[in-house]
Design a protein around this ligand. Structure first.
Ligand code: FAD
Length: 316
């Protein structure tokens, strides 16, 4: 079933979460170990993140450095199929522009359709770690909106490969939104215009970047509605967990820690104290969001379900 249908038929706020594929070499049971404790909260769908290749430099015998691409985590297709097979819930693979030619994207989507996976979260992806700005694949897409257009084309039966007849796909597409602005955007206004372009191109719902200040989310929703974005907007929450999250999360995800939270964070001496604070903050955030009837709350587990489980047991 499609995410949009789950959202439209829900009578109360839904619970959803995303997992990271494990590092290569681990088995599928490590995924199940992260999902099992969260199944009692009846997620209608589970997202699986995608991690593109990284580059390392190896010194050769002649002293020259060789640039080598390595994939640390497996792709999403097999993991999504395994999740759907085991739990009978929908899986939502994240599909990114970075590292993919249009043809590779088409092939990935054909694989997903073949396996009965009819949801995708369409993203641009970030730059690779050794580069400061995002560089698209020479035969790929520069922005998520272009990826969305390709998927919609396939939904209309228009493939790149015209040699043989393929059935139209029927993907439900989600897209990303940033209550505190995407870090590359000139300002929130242009960021919202580009978000609207993604929705106009065919994205049926928005999932937000994590945030710790609900007021920023509510203001974001109001700003979206004011420019004519009418699709469901799903807040993304991540429980703060370690002492270094106070600097790590703003640096990596370009978000603010609100003063009330930073004040409490500075009092913490251990990671356990931070985790307890993160759970309490996450419960309060979730309760307030649910009181405002958000369609779903999406939790970033980072493949550690403990804190999300405690939050969910208090609010779902
Ligand atoms: P876009 O919508 O393409 O926007 C990127 C930037 O370009 C923005 O600043 C936007 O304002 C601007 N822009 C958009 N269109 C245009 C245009 N036509 N002309 C000029 N500027 C434009 N990354 C991963 O690698 N794997 C994941 O699994 C993953 N999952 C994520 C899940 C969620 C819910 C979120 C919020 C993010 C996720 N990301 C993931 C991170 C995401 O890939 C990065 O934030 C990336 O930098 C932007 O992706 P996007 O799809 O929002 O890009």
């Amino acid at each position: 079933m499609k995410v949009i249908d789950h959202l439209n038929s829900a009578e109360k706020t839904l619970f959803s979460f995303e997992i990271l594929p494990p590092l290569k070499g681990k088995s599928i049971t490590s995924i199940f170990d992260g999902i099992d404790p969260l199944m009692e909260f009846k997620p209608k769908y589970i997202n699986v993140t995608y991690h593109r290749e990284e580059y390392i430099f190896k010194e050769r015998a002649n002293g020259l450095l060789e640039k080598i691409a390595i994939r640390k985590r497996p792709g999403t297709v097999g993991i999504c199929a395994a999740i759907m097979n085991r739990y009978h819930v929908d899986a939502v693979p994240h599909l990114i522009c970075g590292g993919f030619s249009k043809e590779e994207t088409e092939n990935a989507l054909i694989d997903l359709q073949f396996l009965g996976i009819d949801n995708v979260l369409a993203l641009r992806g970030d730059s690779i770690k050794t580069e400061s700005t995002f560089r698209p694949h020479p035969e790929g897409h520069s922005y998520a909106v272009d990826l969305i257009k390709q998927i919609i084309d396939m939904n209309h039966g228009n493939y790149m490969t015209e040699d043989y007849q393929l059935e139209a796909t029927d993907f439900c597409i989600g897209t990303a939104g940033y209550p505190e602005k995407h870090f590359e955007a000139m300002n929130l206004t242009t960021d919202l215009q580009f978000l609207k372009a993604k929705v106009d191109a065919g994205a049926e719902y928005i999932v937000t970047q994590m945030f710790f200040d609900n007021d920023k989310f509510f203001a974001f929703v109001d700003a979206c509605r004011a420019i004519g974005i009418t699709v469901p907007i799903i807040p993304g929450l991540k429980p703060i967990k370690t002492l270094n999250h106070g600097t790590f999360l703003p640096k990596v995800f370009h978000i603010d820690i609100p003063e009330a939270l930073s004040k409490e964070l500075l009092k913490c001496k251990t990671n356990d104290e931070v985790a307890a604070l993160g759970i309490e903050w996450g419960i309060q955030q979730s309760k307030e969001l649910m009181a405002k009837n958000v369609p779903c709350i999406h939790y970033y587990t980072m493949s550690n379900s403990n804190e999300v489980r405690t939050i969910a047991s208090n609010v779902f």
